[in-house]
Design a protein. Structure first.
Length: 497
């Protein structure tokens, strides 16, 4: 029997850790099962190890382990296992086995001749099998999944993050010359270089909402929707709707353009080129731009109310807020619950609230550090390989890569995850109490030069991490002691005699 060949695509919103951890796990599991595999990664640097149409056509099956758009329409007609990226990390052998057993569902029914080649070109005339006519009802064997909405949202977040990171850090750097360093009316603090940093950083930050809207729409309806999503997102941003406006206009533009495409289907095929370059952008921008224009005022009120609520909660109950954020960030470490806290922090960051993001970052940095301290304090409780992985987590945690703690939590989540929640909550609570401000949503300790009360922030994170490390290490030592094999000493020669 010939060797089985599987192709896979992995991707996560931040594109830093989960993407590549899932790829590595799938490759290791395939090697153990005697299966050839090629994994395409959709990381923050872009598409790597891209699958060719020929490889897709030759594959016995496909695994999609992603929380963002990976152009899944290329795989129509193939057995496809479509799961969240964490499943690719935690149970890769099970996913591969579904292909080998023939239990994976066929995606999109029978593939048309040349479908793989056509899909690889990512045609812009429609939304593939995403969106209104692929998500809401059963089309070509594909059923709606709530996770599709999450994937569309996270696709927008993935493209938006670099703008927030770059802009936030540059704006924070401008304050090194003083709080009024970018104000030409302030003769004492004004600095021309600082003003330039503020201008560049502010411009980058101002693109947050339009980019979010554009790439949510792109995930649903491809290029025609991206254009309209960018226009409506910019309208929403100028209308003061904030992060909420970007989400609403993204979904409005994506699903709206799919509906428009459906309505224009009766037009002669000879007009397809005209549709793409003229009808779609003109009609789409007008119709959905007008809707955005009309709903901007109520969206602005909702956004302002939400921001005021969170800010008031942050000031009135920092302990409760820190506890909530710690539990959310450590619960699934990069999953939907973690991302809910993280995306809220990014939204408030765009509105100038750096306190909330500081607490979220602290809660995300802590879990991998917990494993590192546990291995450091209770060295004998860990085998050499696990200990080495724990030490690597010092570097991962320091750079805000929470996912390093996942393999440790996966071994006994019922015990380990609550320990990580306690540790992250301590870090988040202390961060809020110490009034730390972090202007960037990623980078960990690399952004310390622009953190307000940076030393206090490090101490808050270390406090939570050390406490968690002591608890986790003690648990591991007890576990090692109880699981150690009981050996019966050999009888002495005298006793034998």
């Amino acid at each position: 029997m010939s060797e089985k060949f599987i192709v896979a695509a992995t991707g996560c919103p931040t594109g830093i850790a989960h993407t590549f951890m899932a790829a590595e796990a799938l490759e290791q599991a395939a090697e153990e099962l005697g299966v050839r595999i090629k994994v395409e990664t959709h990381g923050q640097v872009g598409l790597e190890n891209a699958l060719t149409p020929e490889e897709i056509a030759a594959a016995d099956g496909v695994i999609i382990a992603a929380d963002k758009d990976v152009n899944a329409s290329r795989f129509n007609g193939k057995p496809v296992v479509d799961v969240e990226v964490k499943a690719g990390i935690s149970r890769p052998a099970e996913l591969i086995q579904q292909i080998l057993d023939g239990s994976a569902p066929i995606r999109g029914g029978a593939a048309a001749p040349g479908a793989a080649s056509a899909a690889a070109e990512a045609p812009a005339s429609d939304g593939g099998d995403h969106g209104l006519f692929g998500d809401i009802r059963v089309v070509a064997g594909q059923k709606f999944q709530a996770r599709d909405l999450y994937k569309h949202l996270m696709n927008g977040v993935s493209y938006m993050l670099p703008f927030v990171v770059g802009g936030g850090v540059l704006v924070a750097l401008s304050f090194l010359w003083g709080i009024y360093s970018a104000d030409p009316k302030h003769p004492e603090q004004y600095n021309e270089f600082a003003a330039m940093l503020m201008k560049i950083g502010g411009t980058s930050m101002s693109l947050m909402v339009p980019v979010l809207s554009a790439f949510i729409a792109d995930s649903i309806g491809k290029r025609p929707a991206l254009v309209v999503g960018l226009v409506t997102g910019l309208l929403a941003a100028n209308g003061g709707t904030g992060f909420l406006g970007g989400i609403i206009t993204g979904f409005l533009s994506g699903y709206g353009m799919l509906l428009l495409g459906k309505l224009l289907e009766p037009l002669p095929k000879s007009l397809n080129g005209l549709k793409a370059i003229f009808i779609f952008p003109v009609v789409g921008a007008f119709v959905f731009g007008a809707i955005t224009y009309l709903i901007s005022a109520p969206m602005k009120d909702i956004n302002t109310g939400l921001q005021n609520f969170l800010t008031g909660f942050q000031d009135a109950s920092p302990i409760l807020l820190g506890l909530i954020l710690g539990v959310m960030c450590a619960f699934d470490m990069g999953g939907p619950v973690n991302k809910a806290a993280y995306v809220t922090g990014v939204a408030l960051l765009g509105n100038g609230n750096f306190f909330f993001m500081a607490a979220v970052s602290a809660a995300c940095i802590t879990p991998p550090l917990v494993t590192g301290f546990a291995a450091l304090f209770f060295r004998k409780a860990f085998d050499a390989r696990t200990r080495d992985a724990a030490y690597v987590n010092f570097a991962l945690g320091a750079t805000h890569i929470t996912e390093g703690a996942i393999p440790f939590a996966a071994r006994n989540p019922i015990v380990v995850i609550p320990i990580l929640m306690v540790a992250s909550s301590i870090s988040a609570i202390l961060t809020l109490l110490l009034q730390v401000q972090v202007p960037a949503p990623h980078g960990g300790f690399l952004v310390l030069p622009v953190v307000t009360n940076g030393l206090q922030w490090v101490l808050a994170i270390l406090a939570g991490s050390v406490v968690g490390g002591l608890i986790y290490g003690a648990y591991m030592r007890r576990k090692a002691a109880t699981s150690a094999p009981v050996t019966t000493p050999e009888p002495s020669k005298e006793a034998v005699a």
